[in-house]
Design a protein around this ligand. Sequence first.
Ligand SMILES: [Zn+2]
Ligand SMILES: [Zn+2]
Length: 161
Amino acid sequence: MDKENINLNKFDQLDCLITPGEIVRRSGIYEICHSDEPRVSVLLTVNTIFPFCRRCGELVRYKLLHAAPHISEDPDFQEDASAPDNPAQQTSDKRQFRPGEVVLIAGIYSVLHRDHRQSHQATLNDGETFPPCKVCDCDVRFELLSPASQRSATAGNKPTQ
Ligand SMILES: [Zn+2]
Ligand SMILES: [Zn+2]
């Protein structure tokens, strides 16, 4: 932020206009702007709801940092489940993930197809599995572009499971 940092007790939320309870219209990485805590980023997917914060409640605000469709919104990846088990041990400068591997870090990934399509971006949540492409199948690769700093969307909330 170029703005002069005012050292008050309150955290500035002026640039965060999305209120909790609204429906997420675009998947992507959002900044959670708490009223009493530093900001974190989180991955939210379309048609979910911006959660209330356990600590600052309805005072929490959100701001879209980087929009990208969730992988399940992409026609090349729809409706599939049978990902092959492919424990890849590929080490390059940038770790590439293969279909079948479990997503450990929620965030925006670059999706690299073999040759039928340009690379594009997609969001994936941790705990999901990298899906195979309908066209190039297991030759598709995923590279992490920007991780969300917080694991789950429930800002400051304890998972109730
Ligand atoms: Zn909060
Ligand atoms: Zn493909």
